[in-house]
Design a protein around this ligand. Structure first.
Ligand SMILES: [Zn+2]
Ligand SMILES: [Zn+2]
Length: 89
């Protein structure tokens, strides 16, 4: 009956470095861990974010395939980049 799996020996804790979605400002963020990586999946706009060293950027769907929401993540990612692809020569 040990519900606390955080290691107190870790140099830093990845609790909630991302308080709101940078895109839709939703606070409905779900942390998804993949080994050492911690991504934050926004349940509102289905976008994945990665926080590291105080910076946040969009997660490439190919790198967060283990998040458990690969299809929605890819769909949202391509939707955002559709205009860039269409304008490419
Ligand atoms: Zn969002
Ligand atoms: Zn994802």
């Amino acid at each position: 009956m040990n519900g606390n799996e955080f290691r107190t020996t870790e140099p830093h804790l990845l609790r909630a470095p991302l308080l709101a979605c940078p895109r839709c400002e939703s606070t409905e963020l779900t942390p998804v861990t993949d080994d050492a990586l911690v991504n934050f999946y926004c349940t509102q706009c289905a976008r994945c974010w990665h926080v590291e060293l105080g910076a946040v950027w969009r997660v490439d769907p190919n790198t967060c395939a283990k998040c458990g929401h690969y299809e929605t993540c890819v769909a949202a990612y391509w939707a955002d980049h559709a205009t860039d692809i269409e304008s490419a020569p």
